[in-house]
Design a protein around this ligand. Structure first.
Ligand SMILES: Cc1cc2nc3c(=O)[nH]c(=O)nc-3n(C[C@H](O)[C@H](O)[C@H](O)COP(=O)(O)O)c2cc1C
Length: 173
């Protein structure tokens, strides 16, 4: 099972648009995958009580994570790194079963110039710590606001070339 994690809980995010674009690319190759937008995380996971009593509201998402063998993480740049809510997801998931020995591809997006190079590197360290195999081709898309059309699709030829290359490598990975 493949799951695309859209790495923010910001409503109307570009990360979710990108996640849907990747889902369609895989669908065109007859590969089904789920999207987990972090807007769907239950509020209870942010409570200190969650560490004492992990509650049932997170069970379905934990099950989805547990069943997933390959992840695509869409990682927006927030203050020079990845969003805290993405780390919170990792922290509330069961360790080590959730991510150990699984595979992932990483894509950084940002309004700014560098496409979240630093945040993707930070996340790579955590992915490795959790036992994940990270696809060596990591993408970084700067000026994301200029890259998506009104349907939320990429249209720039060069960007599409890199995205297709990453998706093809991810399928073989
Ligand atoms: C809290 C916050 C911090 C941000 N920090 C940065 C930043 O450090 N560098 C940058 O290029 N863009 C930054 N952005 C802009 C995001 O990269 C931009 O919103 C982009 O569309 C990806 O995030 P999204 O999925 O929330 O839309 C920030 C956005 C938010 C909401």
């Amino acid at each position: 099972m493949i799951t695309i994690i859209s790495g923010t809980n910001r409503p109307n995010s570009n990360s979710l648009r990108v996640a849907k674009f990747y889902q369609n690319l895989l669908k065109n190759k007859n590969i089904d995958c789920n999207i987990l937008p972090l807007t769907s995380l239950p509020i209870s996971i942010y409570s200190p009580d969650f560490y004492l009593n992990p509650n049932k509201e997170f069970n379905d998402l934990q099950e989805l994570i547990t069943k997933t063998q390959k992840f695509i993480f869409i990682i927006p740049e927030y203050n020079g790194s990845f969003p805290g809510v993405l780390k919170t997801l990792i922290d509330v998931c069961k360790f080590p079963d959730s991510f150990d020995n699984k595979k992932c591809a990483l894509l950084g997006i940002a309004t700014g110039k560098y496409g979240n190079i630093r945040g993707v590197e930070h996340f790579t360290g955590i992915a490795h710590y959790c036992g994940m195999h990270v696809l060596p081709l990591k993408l970084h898309i700067p000026a994301i606001h200029n890259e998506l059309n009104e349907n939320g699709d990429f249209f720039n030829e060069k960007t599409l070339k890199f995205i297709n290359e990453q998706v093809n490598k991810f399928v073989e990975f």
